[in-house]
Design a protein around this ligand. Sequence first.
Ligand code: ZN
Length: 146
Amino acid sequence: MDHLTPDKRSQQMARMKAVNTAPEIAVRKLLHAAGYRYRIHRRDLPGKPDIVFSARQKVIFIHGCFWHQHADCRRASKPKSNTGYWSQKLRRNVERDAAHLQKLSELGWQALVVWECDLKDPSGLFSSLVNFLGPPLLRPRKNLRN
Ligand SMILES: [Zn+2]
């Protein structure tokens, strides 16, 4: 039931991998305010992780619950029409995500997936982030005067 031309489909995929989505920005603000420093969208890593902590060899993905099919999440419910097309497409997304996580782990990177719906509980989310990353590296006080 794939009625889209390859052109249309790649446009749609491009939108799916849109950068700087609202959930991404919210997570980045949380991290930055806590003193974490990071890079974003490193293209040389599998899956082009949204947030990258190079020195810690850790990455964070911020996933939309629908596109990445968050398990047991009501935001991940599939459309009622065109079901063959959607289940195939969404299954491919899930498989691709799993392959990226596997590759990253083989390369020695640890990854955390933050789901769009995790943002409903910012303090819970923040604890998970700190658990995953370890404490932020705060500059020694003397450096602030230089
Ligand atoms: Zn969710």
